[in-house]
Write a protein that binds this ligand. Structure first.
Ligand code: NCD
Length: 334
């Protein structure tokens, strides 16, 4: 069994600055930086952004601002919603996709030089990179603009967790004393890593982790979460899912983190949500979430169920949360 890449979560990176009173000019690298109060503030502004988005209200909150979206890995929703968020608020974007092929990176330019170049043009860099810890590295290099982590390898995906937390709060009315089921690639899935960090900020949360043995969270990570007060139970069968869960958070097996494709084929889609098992194992109020893309782990027959939020509020909230975050980080809203 060889899954060399993606085995380790980063342990040797510096700790990002916590967000207490102000978001202005802060790098957004990890859910570790947030407190319940800073999340509450962000979500208040997210409701305001939702009104702008839903009612097509013209806004110039980010007028004059320029954001570089620097994406070393493929993306649909994260890149699209950051781009839309900036434009909804009257700002502009420089989009650099696949710089390994289409920028001076292909000529051998260093990561540091690329970051320093784009920080000369814009007010923030939104970075996605296949290596864990790279967003922190960019933040160490950039002297003048905040870095927003849009996913760093198997590390974290903080803005996805922010939209997930907002969605959970919107549907359940709270962020504490919740029972959640996480399924799929717990080891390599950065959205789960960030969301568990977010949930551990609130008391009484329980997480059931459902995955094949090889895709479990490393033991030391589980201990860290438990020490923060998050209750974690590892399960290996769908029948072990508690009936009263508030949400199910399904994820795909992260194919790009595998070196051996036979391992991927063997571990992929061990747990598929069907109408039959969702009706049998979930509650009437349980919401079904997925960061997307899904590649077969949720059957399309469930999409019309009102409990399935992944292609509805969850995805839309991504733009609203990013509108709020950008306005705060760029100091346009305090
Ligand atoms: C996730 C990611 O990139 O980590 N996608 C996303 O941003 N919504 C999840 C995934 O790719 O599986």
């Amino acid at each position: 069994m060889t899954i060399e890449r993606g085995l380790q979560l980063p342990t040797d990176i510096s700790t990002p600055e916590s967000i207490t009173n102000s978001f202005t000019n802060k790098d957004i690298l990890s859910l570790e930086q947030f407190s319940p109060e800073s999340l509450e503030h962000l979500f208040e502004i997210t409701f305001f952004m939702k009104d702008i988005g839903e009612n097509a209200r013209p806004s110039d909150i980010l007028s004059g601002n320029l954001a570089t979206l620097l994406f070393y890995e493929p993306s649909s929703r994260t890149r699209g919603s950051f781009d839309a968020a900036v434009k909804q608020l009257g700002g502009q974007t420089v989009v650099v996709e696949n710089p390994q092929q289409f920028s001076s990176v292909s000529k051998g330019e260093t990561f540091d030089d690329t970051i320093r170049t784009f920080e000369s043009y814009c007010d923030t860099i939104v970075l996605r990179h296949p290596e864990a810890g790279k967003a922190q590295e960019a933040a160490d290099v950039a002297k003048h603009v905040p870095i927003i982590n849009a996913g760093d390898g198997v590390g974290e995906h903080p803005t996805q967790a922010l939209l997930d937390l907002f969605t959970i709060q919107e549907r359940t009315g709270k962020l504490d004393n919740l029972i959640g089921v996480f399924a799929g690639d717990i080891k390599n899935g950065r959205t789960i890593h960030s969301l568990l960090r977010g949930l551990s900020l609130f008391p009484g949360n329980e997480a059931y982790l459902l995955s094949p043995e090889e895709l479990r969270l490393p033991h030391e990570e589980i201990l860290k979460f438990k020490n923060k007060g998050l209750s974690i139970t590892e399960i290996s069968l769908m029948n072990e899912i508690p009936k009263n869960a508030n949400y199910w958070y399904w994820t795909r097996v992260q194919k790009e983190r595998f070196q051996n494709h036979e391992d991927y084929d063997r571990l992929n889609n061990k747990f598929v949500v069907t109408k039959e098992n969702f009706d049998r194992l979930a509650g009437r109020e349980t919401i079904l979430m997925h960061p997307l893309p899904r590649v077969g782990e949720i059957e399309t027959e469930i999409d019309e169920d009102s409990r399935a939020v992944y292609l509805r509020s969850q995805v839309r909230n991504g733009m609203y949360v990013r509108m709020a975050l950008l306005s705060l980080v760029l100091g346009k809203i305090k």
